[in-house]
Design a protein around this ligand. Sequence first.
Ligand code: SF4
Length: 595
Amino acid sequence: VLLAEAVTGTGKTLAYLIPAILSRQRVLVSTGTKNLQEQIFFKDLPVLQESLGVRFTATYMKGRGNYLCLHRFENLRDSPAIRSRDETVLFDAIDEWSRRTETGDRAEMDDLPDDLPFWADIAATSENCLGSECPRYQDCFVTRMRQRAAESDLVIVNHHLLCADAAVRKSTFGEVIPSCGYAIVDEEYFGVAISNYRFEDYVRDVVRALTAKQVADQDRAEELNKDVERVRERAHAFFGSLQMARFDAGTGADSRIRVTRKLMDRVAEDAASLVAALEAVEATIALTKDLPEDVLALGRRAVELKDDTKFLTRADEREYVFFLEVRGRGTFLRASPIDVSAIVRELLLDRMTATVLTSATLAVDGSFEYVRSRLGIRRANEIRLLSEFDFARQAVLYLPKRMPDPRSPQFSEAASREVVEILKRTRGRAFVLFTSYNNLREVHRLASSTLEYPILVQGTAPRSALLRDFRSTPHAVLFATSSFWQGVDVVGEALSCVIVDKLPFASPGDPITAARIEAINERGGSAFGEYQIPLAILALQQGLGRLIRHRQDRGVLAILDPRLRTMGYGRRFLTSLPPAPVTHDLAVIERFFEE
Ligand code: SF4
């Protein structure tokens, strides 16, 4: 294992791609974000293809949900579903595109809305896939992607796909990533979740199969209809009970709560009824003769749903944290591993001949100890490549005096005043990054009437459109939350200031954070010092890393959180930040830009 910290601008990506290409081995490259994945495939590899003078092949893999399933699309196209006019237009556009696309990747269709309602019905997700039984198996986009990857020198994936692929490895058709002996992991953060499947989708798919007369035996069809109706009712009752239990737990509007034994006991009866209803569907399908593959696949999905429901409602796997999440009109039960090291070991350390883990921010307080213990790596080669940027000349760190406590109600008002004053001096050209949507909305509400610069707000347009507008609009200001903190690249004057409202501590109310804190405290450690502070330092480094991306870039970093100066741990943050001169004086910012 090699742990390599290399800050932006040191040529980290090329430093691992070149030896990977020259090794003539198949190498898996996994990135933390889709952005970086795209940059490697569309920017870096073409440059290397030309300059190295070596022929090599590479495949860019996304999650299966990004690709069109030809089989499901045909089924839907031929079904007499009632569609709105807008949907019909989009449907026809997809139909036309599906005949000429080489990849089937929905990203090729610029005009497709992110939340296209029927995409879930035509995506090539593993739980709906018929595998080699599918009539379109040979020309299926996923099959072709898998074949291309198996013949490629480089396979470019992201962590999300890597983890999802491992989760479906035991099933027959899910796995898409070919085996590789060498892995490069760019950005060490892993997040995994197991969720219960969407029951409504499942019920609808069964009803659709019945309407299309895919079950010829009339008695069996009626039985299946009753079975699936029972699944619908019981799923409704189960999720209703979960909602009630959550409400009674007095957790207010928190969208994510930790699942406790007590909470699960309250819904145990509904869970058992739901599992029984799924077993009935499974049995009816198993007992029916001469079923088409589509219906047999529905039987397999019933088994998966049942297993997941049992796993999630037992909530007794010590390695996982179980939580309940409400998003939009959906209620989700999820499980996420407490200890990422087990995943890293299973996915990488045990399977690969060699693994390189690299990131712009791996070390905390100058040491790799935190990342080693987090990922369960006992011994590794380690290297730190420090920045070649001259922060003393290229940047200023502004820490305002007299800011109220960030938890006090006065904070947003004071923060918005500071944001306005800073942006006057930088003439816009800034990212204002928030640790929560609430803070974002509040500061935006207070500051927007005074600001003279074009303001872009996360959530009002797709991320790529916001970034494009930010780059092309003079003096633009972008208000965003932490999802913008990684992998965004704006070189030059368009980005001359990054303002961070609060130190980005993960919320202890978040079930995953809470579980990790408990695990550390249980073994006698100090979760705040060992886990929360290092994690916040890494997040802050990433946020501030947006600013100086090139030797010619200049800019102001501003952190409005007074705890950086007033609390003892503030020193740990300050020593981990780039060595820019610190000021409390707005006039210094003004002079900095006059120079
Ligand atoms: S093999 Fe699976 S993903 Fe591919 S077209 Fe068939 S059902 Fe869809």
